[in-house]
Write a protein that binds this ligand. Structure first.
Ligand SMILES: CCCCCCCC/C=C\CCCCCCCC(=O)N[C@@H](CO)[C@H](O)/C=C/CCCCCCCCCCCCC
Ligand SMILES: [Ca+2]
Ligand SMILES: [Zn+2]
Length: 264
């Protein structure tokens, strides 16, 4: 039985050819396309500093898990090892769990937690510990399960989209959904139609997934902040801004907490 650290000990092998560019890196483009996680994680933490300070410092853990997802994904694609696959999926699982605990609007909590975020977090924590153990047994099924969590997020986001007239929030939701749909289509296509993509010599769909899903992160983060603020920070005004300049035609969105306090 091969070690869980051994090259190609994972049962998953993505469409990109192995060891084409280096004897040390199994999937070159799939490995280095994760660099966007290492850029957007720290950059968004810096840009959203005022929001994180006011809302919850646990958001720093979510941001750290986002960066770890990128690092573990790099390790996984570089080695295609079982351990790499496990670390990659467990980091995604805990990142989603921390996001749910912090940002899930109370109106979507199951009734038995009686609107308590503490009880909801305990429920999520229990489910995440169980799912972490199960992912050791069936890591390949876990990737499909993680993608299905996204469907639940899209369902909630759709309800919030219908409720709001805030054009900035609507724009953030539209961009998140477009980027997520493009990313998911690339992920599925790489998994299911690899023989077709090999015939046309295009092996980069999983790398495109990494780039699109990490670009989705700032839009998703701002969406969650705006939706959540209506319920959890009603006395604060959040302002959507773009980095590096608000006036540039393209930029990275983030939110800033405005100094004025509606209660004063
Ligand atoms: C109220 C809850 C709010 C939650 C917001 C969550 C925002 C999450 C943002 C980004 C997630 C990035 C995950 C990227 C994983 C990259 C590593 C990777 O490629 N791993 C693969 C193997 O290399 C593995 O097969 C991937 C498995 C699937 C992961 C599924 C992730 C689900 C992302 C959820 C996005 C929600 C989009 C909602 C859009 C409106
Ligand atoms: Ca491969
Ligand atoms: Zn990947």
């Amino acid at each position: 039985m091969p070690s869980i650290l051994a090259y190609q000990s994972s049962e998953v092998d993505w469409c990109e050819g192995n060891f084409l560019h280096s004897p040390l890196v199994a999937e070159f483009y799939n490995t280095f396309s994760n660099v966007t996680f290492l850029i957007f994680g720290p950059l968004m933490t810096f840009l959203m500093h005022s929001y994180i300070q006011k809302r919850s410092r646990y958001i720093y853990c979510t941001m750290a898990l986002f960066v770890f997802t990128g690092l573990f994904s790099m390790y996984f694609h570089a080695t295609l090892s079982f351990l790499g696959q496990l670390l990659d999926e467990v980091a995604i699982l805990w990142m989603l769990a921390s996001s749910y605990s912090i940002w899930m609007p109370r109106c979507y909590f199951p009734t038995f937690v009686k609107g308590s975020r503490f009880q909801f977090t305990c429920m999520i924590l229990t489910g995440t510990v169980i799912a972490t153990c199960l992912s050791v047994v069936r890591p390949t099924a876990n990737a499909y399960a993680l993608n299905s969590v996204a469907l639940h997020i899209v369902y909630m986001v759709r309800l919030e989209y219908k409720k709001t007239r805030n054009m900035q929030l609507r724009h953030m939701i539209e961009m998140s959904v477009i980027l997520w749909a493009g990313a998911l289509a690339s992920w599925i296509s790489d998994r299911l139609f690899c023989s077709f993509w090999q015939q046309v010599n295009f092996f980069y769909l999983h790398s495109i997934w990494h780039v699109l899903i990490s670009f989705m992160f700032p839009y998703g983060f701002v969406t969650m902040a705006l939706v959540d603020a209506r319920y959890e920070m009603p006395s604060q005004t959040l302002r959507v801004r773009y980095w590096p300049r608000d006036t540039w035609p393209v930029g990275l969105p983030y939110v800033e907490v405005q100094a004025d306090d509606k209660n004063c």
